[in-house]
Design a binder for this molecule. Structure first.
Ligand SMILES: Nc1ncnc2c1ncn2[C@@H]1O[C@H](COP(=O)(O)OP(=O)(O)O)[C@@H](O)[C@H]1O
Ligand SMILES: [Mg+2]
Length: 276
């Protein structure tokens, strides 16, 4: 490997290090389990509803392991080239630019593909050669075979709740990953998280969690998803900024969740039980 390249790779790696410790409240044995998987660079899948702490967990683990973190928010317009890289034409002529997956493979980063089912299947398959024992990434257009750095590890997240048949991971993809289950934490832990992140008292946070529990019971009965921990933190943040708690709940918890008038009224009533 030429010296010039190594220097660039080292610069890139430093740039993607997570510098400050992300605040993460463990929910179970996920930290130890992820560490064990990371020791062998096993590709990992984080399954769980939106806003339950998956991304925060990955940031925390990257910091804990001292690995650079490269995150890609997946969407259906994403192409293989968006992950792998492409030739760009500029004043000096044509040059290759690595995509985030290629960069992560070169510098030995944790590569986090967030909401991977949003990506089309023909995009997702480019990760396959990186997940078998060869750990390579062919750059077909460039005619290069990138061998992954020993520290490279792939992590994907997805929400098993709202997949349609069209949007699911194919077995050929799923069976390349170990999987950790995530969910909204039990009330005491979620209360501590909302209090810490939203800057409100445990008492207020506890009531927000109670509202969320009501909404989560309605999942599958008119709601696709209950209120996430993320939304509870939004509500707490509004309350801390001086918004009346019942208004904060309407703005941050109820309106984002549903457009259905009956459901909205039912959730507003649940809010009124805890925030008069
Ligand atoms: N276990 C946890 N420890 C610390 N913060 C958490 C935890 N779970 C959720 N959060 C908070 O909830 C927010 C949303 O979580 P996030 O990781 O973005 O969800 P996801 O990636 O699952 O959609 C985070 O920004 C963080 O403030
Ligand atoms: Mg996320």
């Amino acid at each position: 490997m030429p010296a010039a390249f190594s220097a660039t790779a080292a610069d890139s790696a430093a740039q993607y290090l997570v510098r400050a410790e992300p605040w993460y409240h463990p929910v179970g044995d996920e930290v130890a389990h992820f560490e064990a998987a990371a020791a062998s660079r096993m590709p990992m899948m984080l399954k769980g509803p939106t806003g339950c702490g998956k991304s925060r967990f990955v940031e925390y683990m990257a910091w804990r392991l001292g690995r650079p973190l490269i995150t890609v928010a997946c969407n259906e317009d994403m192409t293989a080239a968006d992950l792998v890289g492409r030739f760009l034409i500029d004043r000096e002529g044509t040059r290759w630019q690595d995509g985030p997956l290629t960069l992560a493979a070169r510098i030995g980063a944790l590569c986090y593909l967030d909401e991977v089912v949003e990506a089309r299947q023909d995009t997702v398959v480019v990760i396959h050669p990186l997940t078998d024992h060869r750990r390579v990434l062919p750059l077909d257009k460039k005619g290069e075979l990138v061998e992954a750095h020993p520290d490279f590890q792939l992590v994907i997240s997805y929400n098993p709740g709202y997949q349609s048949l069209m949007k699911d991971l194919k077995p050929s993809t799923r069976q390349r990953f170990g999987a950790l289950d995530f969910d909204y934490p039990e009330s005491a832990v979620e209360t501590a998280i909302v209090a810490h992140e939203g800057g409100v008292s445990e008492e207020v946070a506890g009531r927000l969690v109670q509202v969320a529990l009501r909404s989560r019971n309605l999942k599958g009965h008119g709601l696709d998803e209950g209120m996430s921990t993320r939304l509870l933190i939004y509500a707490a943040t509004l309350i801390r900024s001086g918004v009346a708690p019942a208004d904060a709940c309407r703005i941050a918890l109820v309106r984002p969740l549903t457009d259905d008038v009956d459901m909205r009224d039912a959730l507003d009533a649940a809010v009124a039980t805890f925030f008069a």
